[in-house]
Design a protein around this ligand. Sequence first.
Ligand SMILES: [Zn+2]
Length: 747
Amino acid sequence: MNRRSQPNWSRRDLLSGAAFTLIPPAAPSQAPWWRRTLRWGQTNISEEDPLHYDIDWWRAHWRRTRVQGVIVNAGGIVAYYPSRHPLHYRARFLGERDLYGELTRAAHRDGLAVLARMDSNRASEEFYRAHPDWFAHDAEGRPYRAGEHYIACIDGPYYEEYLPAILREIIAWEKPEGFTDNSWSGLERDQICYCRSSRERFRRETGEDLPRRKDWDDPVWRAWFDWSMKRRLEIWDLNNRTTRQAGGPDCLWVGMLSGDLIGQGRRLRDVKAILERSEIILLDDQGRNDATGFQRNAELGKRLHGLAGWDKLMPESMATYQRAPTFRKASAAAAEARQWMYAGFAGGIQPWWHHVGAWQPDRRQFETAVPVFEWHAANEAWLVGRRPVASVGVVFSDRNTDYYGRDEAEERVARPYYGIIQALVRARIPYLPVHADHIDRDGRDLAALVLPNLAAMTVGQIEAVERYVARGGGLLATGETSLYNEWGEPRPDFGLARLLGVRFTGRRHGSLGEAESWTGSDHTYLRLHPETAGTVYGPRRAGPAPQKPRHSVLAGFEATDVIAFGGLLVEVEPAARSVVPLTFIPHFPAYPPEFSWMRTPHTTIPALVLQEESRVAYLAADVDRRFARDNLPDHGDLLANLIRWVARDRLPVEVRGPGLLDCHLYRQGDRLILHLVNLTSPGAWRAPAHEIVPVGPLEVRFRLPGGVAGVRARLLVSQSAVAVRREGEWAVASVPSVDGHEVLVLE
Ligand SMILES: [Zn+2]
């Protein structure tokens, strides 16, 4: 199933003497399906498909796209086999056909793994009428509904008895390798179920009555939130016990997750605990949105691998249909769909094409996956069995998302985090997402950590950061970092006050909102010190000449004394010996222009506080959040300068040349593997991408780690060898051109 294949070296390479053999690491031949199934396909069966499913054509398409596993709809919301359970709703046009069984047998004949797809969440009105107490109800006793379906309660017999019986029936009918389900976790955080099962279970396990409403400060609601997360883990484990008992130890139930930084907590899913306990991660995260771009796919792959482990596979459903806005029967723009796939490879994600319906009037979608999957099959050996290389860690935590972010997690948590990620992508600095509970483990090899508004921190997490800096690591903390405890309750001062060299005055300036420069109070700036305006091109004005050079974190801003801000600033008092290169300029009118002049051009309110000895930077102005919002290049440049400074310029790779490129570096044995994803064209337009314009040539410089000879390099997409020269500790190679993406292997 997992045939290894060598890339085809061209005849020209052989003649030039530049060819060399890349010997891929041995793939585990006896490994279970969840360790060796690298490419997946899914035809999500719609109700009419039993009438005309062309299985022969699909088998040929499986071969053409080199998939090793398929996802086949089995049961739950709709049954695609003649289930014996009378309330198990059969597909409208199923008749007596056994489409699930036919497809599973066909896939097995072709040597493919099969995951049976379930949708556990919802059932028909007929089912609800038969067992109303198995379904979720609100405080007034009304059933929760999704369209015309009813939402089953995860605390009752539907999940405890009925679904296990369905799983056993499917296994007995035609045994799949495992099960997947993206609607498995019941109601979301804003909906409390008051059915008898939930009431009794909550009282039994916590001694309390169910909370009447969501209230982040109510201890009972907090207990309900944690209990709800735990209950979903119990369901995960129950499903796995059921499928393993009935189908053998490798018959896994693997659910499904999205890679959304803040969305899983809202769905009451404890992502960290789930990733730790699952042998393979199925991701339902089918494309980008405008705000975060393709680079989000590499980021989420690395973030989730950091929690799950890098040995696990992480296939991701990738839409071949037009996803946002959704048109299930129209093809996605091929450039858009493929670029999402390439970005996923750079984050350690495996491809999985997804069509909705076995018949498609828009047949362009069938070509989308072909070249990508062919390339993946030819180069799979270099895409797994490797570890990321980075010197900068970006810290996140679910606790901060849930208890500090609360109902504003997008603004308070996601934007600062992605602002930092965008700055790193733009500066081509490889990074590693680091969970706040893993700072000791993951921080060992990192030159610097970034804490983007990591406001809610436990004492243990604060101590881990202190240990990290004591060992010589650099630190950039922004905004309200460590100003709250793990329940999202404010602390009187920063938990990291001593390390950051600041004391919280209790005051804040500006706001979290949209910058309303014309009418609002967000027409604010940051002043750079010392000022230089008198010395550069422009009209003269009386004032002192600069006495000393500026700090290196302000490199590139020589011709300005201010940069735009507009965000929220936490007022602090810096400790003695701190360096304050940026201060706050408060709001003044933007309109009418006659009144648009700085009322208070100078303050002593610090926007940035540096500790030179320890390389610790505290950015009191939430420039990271503003960068994610406004995309102002000054904000990205300032963040990149700060990150380079706290990391003492210890970066493992440098990429030179024009363009917007997402760079991800890996180590595999005695080689380095660098992904370059071309974001240049999509970066200048909005989704979907219509066309990818190649960039290059690029000069790539690797700081050679021990054990990597760094004498020869090969490009896996353009299939050519490239010359490597040495410059001290650097190995330097030139990449002529990058189309959608390129992968450079250095040995
Ligand atoms: Zn319930």
